[in-house]
Design a protein around this ligand. Sequence first.
Ligand code: PLP
Length: 373
Amino acid sequence: MPIYLDAAATTPVRPEAVQAALEGMTQGFANPSSGYPPARAASLRLEADRAVVAHALGCQPEEVCFTSCGTEGNNWAIQTAARLGRRKGRHIVTTAIEHAAVLEPVKALAAQGYEVTHLKPDRTGHIDPAQIASALRPDTILVSMMLVNNELGTLLPVKEAHQAIEAAQCPALLHVDGVQAFLKVPFTPKELGADLLTISGHKIMAPKGIGALYVRKGLKLPPLLLGGGQERGLRSGTEPTAQIAALAAAIRAWSPDDRDRIRAVKEHTADLLSRMEGVEIISRGDAPHILALSLVGYPSQPVVRALGDKGIYISSGSACHRGKPSHVFAALGLPPKTLMGVLRVSFSPFSTLADGEAFVQALGEVRQTLVCR
Ligand code: PLP
């Protein structure tokens, strides 16, 4: 049986979510906007599912807007926050270790004349909250920061960013990329002080193709898509009811024990790795599911491939980089041999202690077959 340890890239879909999607595509296929009883049922179901997402986020259902993925939520939040703030300023604060789905839209704004400050992490992948306060200016219109880093599992000081914005009295909106944090660490957008917060279904055992953007009540966000007026006119398009049902089912199926079990597997794996010669733990992660390490001196791509041949699936960093060196690990200022060997292992509620042990054993075997640079 293959061992899948790349849950930060994507997760298997939970049986409960598969079942909900199937029902949404069969009995529940009607368009929620139509005028006959099955459509009415689909509309009620849609709103019940929205309430499940809202409950998990500790917010009002009308603050949840469904999207197709985390990338869409991040792009929408960043582009429109910039549009909302354009008369107040043209300065944006983000970090050097954001996902490309934040860095690229911010880069596009920079090309349009916005000024961007990228906060730098320390060697452990944390951002000093003092940096945020000193980066803010009277013309800062957006702070975009992830809650959990996808390659290191570190927690970023989002609450402190909100406090700094309040103290500075600048017009900045706070956007939080909550894709890796949702259900893995306890938070609500309200307690973080977020105006906008992105989540994505496929990181929590729902299918790909569904996500949500939290939009704080009272925030007049310009629409992403114009058309039939779905999602309160913010994102038109017939709602993907089957994916939405699957997202709600995956959330309902997530138990508070899952976090502890995932963390136990990660810690056990990290303990075994820390006793292995030539392995450096780069980040044990504050979040329960992500562990970053380096097989120092061994280029990570061949290691990932050799483990894959043994049926053990991990990542050499963010799956979105497709072989390019990761900007996240590069930002840590690691020595070249450590940087060359970075690996990310990430766990889901389906991961077991035995999976972690098998990975460590296989890593030792693979090292024997490869050449250290
Ligand atoms: N933000 C973070 C932190 C992520 O880890 C990812 C995916 O890896 C995304 C955004 C993009 O999400 P999606 O794949 O749903 O577009």
